[in-house]
Ligand binder design. Structure first.
Ligand code: NAP
Length: 327
């Protein structure tokens, strides 16, 4: 019998690529979704859908025992929410509940998709983020992921690996896609003129790293990026090269963007929508230095990224065009 893995967050951007990678490694794949999840794009995969209740540890334990999962990859999470409470509930409490159930059901390994946001950016351009740095998240999202990490570390008997991916891009991604669409329209928008050091990871490499983590790095935390550092203009420069486009650059004053973000945030409280830009997200976008070391993932997980930003964007833009997201 093939080993079994449960992938949560399977209906999302990263989840799709985790399924693809897990199937390529001959794992039997169960995916956790909600009744409301969009799953049409998963219909050609040989997978089994399950609907776990993340608020109920006993029910989670029963499901894990019934389906005899060997591994759990927990990628379900919110990247946009309206309050710290909401972030903590979904990103930390649900994670701890699932992990407690995993221990009760003797799961061999629990891989948690945290985020580089849990550690936070460096405040100067010098240096790179290491897993051993004192965490100082600058967003509610980052604080909720850090809380989840802390809770996992306190669950007796849990075999876990925590992954902290930097900004992820690739086919099906929707936030960096907004930047690509702006470039296609002929303009590049930047918030302020301050220099920044950024890092990225192509989603297929993240999927490889995640599957490596089911077999290694017990009780360890790993930054996941492509190992390179980029200026804030580099992504747009590569996209323009690939699409053979010229653009006009606009540097919006930080105070102006903060004002707009606070207005959209207030409006969003009146609706069920969570805006792509709010004051919290802005703290992340303005981070000075998101360059991170991936030496630990290389040495201990054997994770060697195959894609840099150029190669990953080339493949991503091809996918957006083939799937008519871009003309
Ligand atoms: N994308 C990045 O740049 C990035 C970077 C670092 C870390 N991460 C982490 O990677 C994971 C996947 O991110 P993503 O970019 O793939 O996000 P995504 O496309 O928004 O997918 C999020 C997934 O989580 C599920 N989910 C959200 N709220 C849930 C809830 N209350 N109960 C059950 N499931 C819920 C969603 O299910 P529905 O389809 O039902 O909504 C979806 O499957 C997240 O944990 C995120 O924090 C992402």
């Amino acid at each position: 019998m093939n080993e079994r893995v449960l992938i949560t967050g399977a209906s999302g951007f990263v989840g799709y690529h985790l399924i693809e990678e897990a199937l390529s490694q001959n794992l039997e794949v169960f995916v956790a979704v909600r009744k409301s999840s969009k799953t049409d794009h998963l219909k050609d995969f040989n997978i089994k859908l399950t609907y776990p209740k993340f608020s109920d540890i006993a029910a989670l334990t029963a499901e894990i025992k019934a389906n005899q999962y060997d591994y759990i990859i927990h990628a379900a999470g919110v990247t946009k929410a309206k309050s710290q409470k909401q972030y903590n509930h979904i990103n930390a409490t649900y994670t701890a509940n699932l992990a407690k159930a995993a221990v009760a059901a003797d799961v061999k390994k629990f891989v948690f998709m945290s985020s580089l946001a849990a550690g936070g950016p460096l405040t100067t351009l010098n240096g790179i983020i290491s897993e051993s740095d004192e965490p100082h998240p600058v967003t509610q999202y980052g604080r909720s992921k850090l809380l989840a990490e802390k809770e996992l570390k306190n669950i007796p008997g849990l075999n876990y690996t925590i992954l902290r991916p930097t900004a992820v891009f690739g086919p099906r991604e929707r936030d960096i896609f907004i930047v690509i669409k702006q470039i296609v329209k002929g303009f590049e928008l930047y918030i302020g003129k301050a220099e920044q050091k950024l890092s990225f990871i192509y989603v297929k490499d993240l999927a490889v790293a995640t599957l490596k983590a089911i077999h290694g790095g017990n009780k360890k935390t790993y930054n996941i990026a492509d190992g390179n550092f980029y200026t804030k203009y580099e992504m747009a420069n590569i996209i323009k090269d690939i699409l053979q486009l010229n653009t006009i650059k606009f540097h919006l004053p930080v105070t102006f963007v903060k004002l707009v973000a606070s207005i959209t945030e207030k409006i969003s409280y009146l609706s069920s929508n969570t805006p792509a830009l709010n004051l919290d997200k802005l703290n992340e976008l303005l981070g000075t230095n998101w360059a991170c070391s991936i030496e630990a993932a290389k040495q201990e997980l054997g994770f060697y990224p195959r894609y840099n930003l150029d190669k990953g964007l080339e493949e991503t833009i091809k996918w957006y065009k083939e799937h008519k997201w871009l003309k």
